[in-house]
Each structure stands twice: as C-alpha cells, then as structure tokens.
Write a protein that binds this ligand. Structure first.
Ligand SMILES: Cc1cc2nc3c(=O)[nH]c(=O)nc-3n(C[C@H](O)[C@H](O)[C@H](O)COP(=O)(O)OP(=O)(O)OC[C@H]3O[C@@H](n4cnc5c(N)ncnc54)[C@H](O)[C@@H]3O)c2cc1C
Length: 343
C-alpha cells in the first residue's frame, strides 16, 4: 500500500467483485473516493497523474478484457440533498457514488415523480448521465437538470446543463467528446410533485392488465417496474451479466422496407426521427437466444443479455459477442453496436 496525499492507494488489486460480469482481473493501482475533498488530493497524486485512469461505479456496464494497467478509482462519494422546491417541483442533488436505486427509493418514498420507471437499474448515480440510462419509456435526460464534474486535466469543477450533456440514445458527451476527461461528482435532478404517470410502455401495460393492478401512486409504478425487471433479467449476483450487451438499432424507412421483404414480422417502433428495431429480435432470428458455448451464452429469456455462466474471461466474451455481430450482419446487413464499455 502507498499513501499519497492522505489517500490509500493499493497495488495489484483484484476487481472480480467490482464488475457485474464477475471477470477476474487486477488493477495496477486502486483507490476509493469517499468525499468530494478526496478528488483534489487524488488528482495531485503521482499514481493518478502518471497512469491511465478508470472511474468505476457499480461496474455494471463494463467488460474488462485484460488487467487494467493504470489506476482504478472506485466512487463511494455519498449524499442526497433536496436543494430547492416549489409547489410543483423538487430539485434533488445526489453525490455520484450513491447507489442509483437507493436514490430512486428516496424520491419514491417522498411521492416525487420522475425516476420510478428507472427503478432497479444497477450502478451509481454518477454513471447515469454517461450513457443516458433508460428503461420503460423514460431516460435520465427527461429528469436531469445539471451535472457537476471535475476536469481531470485542470482539476477545475464545471457544471453541465442538460443540453450541454448532448444526450442521445445511450449516449452523452461523457461517452464521446469528453470520454475520460471528467469525473462526475454530483447530479441534480428536477422531479415533479404532481402526478405524472408513464405506463404506456407495452410491458408495463400488459403486466398491469394481467395482474389487475390499480396504480394509485408513484410507489405502485416503481413496484410494477421492479417486479417486471426481476421476472425478466438475470440477477448479476447469481449470473454474471451487464444488462443489455448491445444497443437497439435505429434505421430509416428504406432499410425497414428492405428487411420486411424477407421478414414481414420484424418488430419496429416509430420514434421522433427514425425507426427503432428490436436488437433482441435480430439476435433471436439468428438463433442466438438461449444459445450457450462453454461458459458464455445469451440469456434464454432476454436475447440481449450476454451471460457469464462462470469463469469466462473478458476476451472470450468479446469474441463471443463478435460472432453475434457477424451473424446479424450477414443476415440483415445491420452492424450491431455494443452498449457495454470494453476496457
Ligand atoms: C442486470 C442489469 C440491468 C441493466 N439494465 C439497464 C437498463 O434498463 N437501462 C440502462 O440504461 N442500463 C442498464 N444496465 C446497465 C448499467 O446498470 C447502467 O449503465 C449503469 O448506469 C452503470 O452504472 P455503474 O455505476 O455500474 O457504471 P460502471 O459500469 O462502473 O461505469 C460505466 C462507465 O461510466 C464511467 N463512469 C462511471 N462513473 C463515473 C463518474 N462518476 N464520472 C465519470 N465517468 C464515470 C465508467 O468509467 C465507465 O466508462 C443494466 C445492467 C445490469 C447488470
């Protein structure tokens, strides 16, 4: 162990339990951030300055393909605060190391509307703007007011407005132009005190109808979403995975017509400027749903979820995913993109 500016920097640190795929890799250096004041000290340390860095939250959107030859910074900076409110809205600031679902519960318990459809998504608050998390018809961009972040190069703190985050489908400026350039320290959300039910999404509608549920409040929506997720998605504590491994696909009218010539039943959803095609369906049509090779497979209930049945390496998972990308391309002429960050 080294001590630098009062921080404990560990060497050759095992990351197996810090990524939901359960990949067994090590980091050359490892440090935990426990408060905002730790950030400045960290930025001054030689281990930080002279190595490549990886900020780690819950490790639920990461695939380690090799040992990390740099410093891994585990974010444990906590704190939730109501910073402003009026008769209609409440503004909540959450430090980035908070567990996302704990924050959802904090808001749901107080009757605030906005986060309930995003219940039970694993990971930390700080990672939510990075890929603009989304589920059941809601994305973080719909409720995010501001992001506070420290620039790695200068150590300066900057505030990003919602617009400046340049959100897109599972995208933001932090995944593109500013990748590895900022540490997100806090996120400020704007939630509604007035009822704002969003249950038009098919899976929610079907579940409510089937189980004859009457939605009375925000907690009921959160509960329904949590129940659907538990019934569909494998628990990473039992089966290593990172949720959807691939992104859904957006195509234009012409491409959709082309696919429909051979596959008239292709599920497509018209959105603002383009058409979404279910990647899970493409994968299933290529025969990969539920398929297992060695200790890696695509989940039998969710064709988008790639599973480590135990002991797989990140490189093996990457190779497995490349076979799927190849097959989908041969059959449909569509190049799948990974949602998971390859490290
Ligand atoms: C079972 C399961 C279900 C899932 N369902 C969904 C879903 O419905 N919708 C969805 O969108 N996602 C889903 N995910 C993916 C994942 O939960 C989210 O992307 C989540 O936001 C990742 O958070 P994390 O803290 O684990 O991030 P990590 O995996 O630790 O990090 C992800 C990326 O963000 C960067 N990062 C993390 N924290 C910071 C920070 N403070 N500052 C700067 N960069 C940072 C990391 O360097 C890395 O590049 C699911 C994952 C699992 C395992």
């Amino acid at each position: 162990m080294k001590t630098s500016n009062g921080m404990k920097i560990l060497e050759n640190y095992d990351l197996t339990k810090l990524n939901t795929f359960g990949i067994s890799v090590k980091a050359k250096f490892f440090v935990e951030l426990n408060s905002e004041s730790d950030i400045k000290s960290l930025f001054l340390s030689s281990e930080f300055k002279n190595n490549q860095r990886l900020f780690l939250g819950g490790g639920s959107n990461i695939l380690f393909t090799k040992n990390f030859d740099g410093i891994v910074i585990l974010n444990k900076i906590k704190g939730i605060e109501i910073i402003k409110e009026d008769s209609e809205n409440v503004f909540i600031k959450s430090m980035s190391g908070e567990n996302w679902h704990d924050l959802v519960l904090f808001t749901v318990e107080r009757g605030y509307w906005g986060m309930e459809n995003l219940s039970l998504i694993p990971g930390t608050v700080g990672a939510t703007p990075v890929q603009n998390i989304g589920a059941y018809g809601v994305e973080i961009k719909d409720i995010l007011e501001k992001v506070e972040a420290y620039e790695i190069e200068t150590g300066e703190k900057k505030t990003f407005s919602n617009k400046e985050c340049q959100f897109g489908y599972r995208e933001s400026i932090f995944k593109n132009k500013l990748k590895n350039k900022y540490f997100i320290s806090a996120v400020i959300f704007k939630l509604s005190k007035k009822e704002n039910i969003k249950i038009e999404y098919k899976a929610i509608k079907d579940y409510i109808e089937k189980n004859n549920i009457k939605i009375k409040n925000v907690a009921d929506v959160s509960k329904v979403v949590s129940e659907i997720r538990k019934s569909k998605l494998p628990d990473p504590a039992i089966l290593g995975n990172a949720g959807s491994f691939f992104k859904n696909i957006y195509v234009d009218e012409q491409k959709l017509e082309e696919i429909k010539l051979n596959y008239p039943d292709v599920p497509s959803f018209k959105e603002e400027n383009s058409i979404k095609i279910s990647t899970a369906w493409l994968i299933e049509k290529c025969g990969w749903k539920g398929k297992k090779i060695g200790n890696i497979g695509m989940h039998e209930k969710q064709a988008l979820v790639l599973v480590n049945y135990g002991g797989a390496t990140g490189e093996e998972i990457k190779n497995f995913s490349e076979q799927i990308i190849k097959d989908v391309f041969i059959k449909f002429g569509i190049k799948l993109e990974r949602e998971v960050n390859l490290i």
